[in-house]
Design a protein around this ligand. Structure first.
Ligand code: CA
Length: 226
């Protein structure tokens, strides 16, 4: 049975583009351009996931989300403008499952959709399951990382960075995405802090065990690949 996705986005070119890509991937798609109409549709319970723009006529996306969350836990991915930091924070506070910053690569949107659907499909036990990669395993609940039998001593930041990479396996994460997700939206320091922490992780894992866990994608970012 295919998943049904509702796109609430008033820029018709963007909505149409996303629709074509999603249909191509085998999703059923419905779309609307107005916040009020979008809320009514989203509340219908007919959708597995909602893509929600923020700047919308009728009702803005944050208000749509706030009202929707009173009755529904349907997964929502917000479409936010670059640098609209407050929108991202508010969206997540209001119960959005994820967000993606426009303009985005369609591959990243598809990957985020798959992740959100997978998380929602799983039960709580699956969600707290260890994240693993070959001999590496990370337990979110115990806040521990093992390589084989060895317990790896990581700082809190190194742990979150590794967790983020493992949760997004096979998705190349840019430095700015990693900065936002690991250091927070309001981080004002050097962007090369990401490279520095990747080096720390490699010195504790790759260098010790003679493996190559975190790949650098030149000019783009970092990824852990299956
Ligand atoms: Ca808009």
């Amino acid at each position: 049975m295919s998943c049904k996705i509702l796109i609430i986005e008033d820029e018709e070119k963007i909505a149409r583009f996303i629709e074509l890509e999603l249909v191509h991937e085998g999703y059923e798609v419905d779309k609307c351009t107005d916040g009020r109409e979008g809320l009514t549709k989203a509340e219908s319970g007919n959708y597995d996931l909602i893509l929600l723009d923020i700047m919308l006529p009728g009702l803005n996306g944050l208000e749509v989300l706030r009202r929707l969350r009173k009755t529904s836990s349907v997964p929502v991915i917000m479409l936010t403008a670059r640098d609209a930091v407050m929108d991202k924070v508010s969206g997540l506070d209001l119960g959005a499952d994820d967000y993606i910053t426009k303009p985005f690569a369609i591959e990243e949107l598809l990957a985020r959709i798959r992740l959100v659907l997978r998380h929602k499909g799983g039960n709580a036990a699956q969600q707290s399951e260890d994240l693993t990669h070959e001999k590496l395993s990370l337990s979110v609940s115990r806040h521990e990382v093992h390589y084989g039998e060895d317990l790896i001593d990581l700082t809190a930041r190194e742990f979150t960075l590794l967790q983020t990479l493992l949760e997004n396996k096979n998705i190349v994460l840019s430095r700015s995405t990693l900065l936002e997700r690991v250091w927070g939206y309001d981080y004002m320091g050097e962007t090369n802090v990401v490279d520095v922490y990747i080096r720390y992780l490699r010195s504790k894992l790759d260098d010790v065990y003679g493996v190559h866990i975190i790949h650098t994608v030149r000019g783009v970012g970092y990824v852990i690949k299956d």
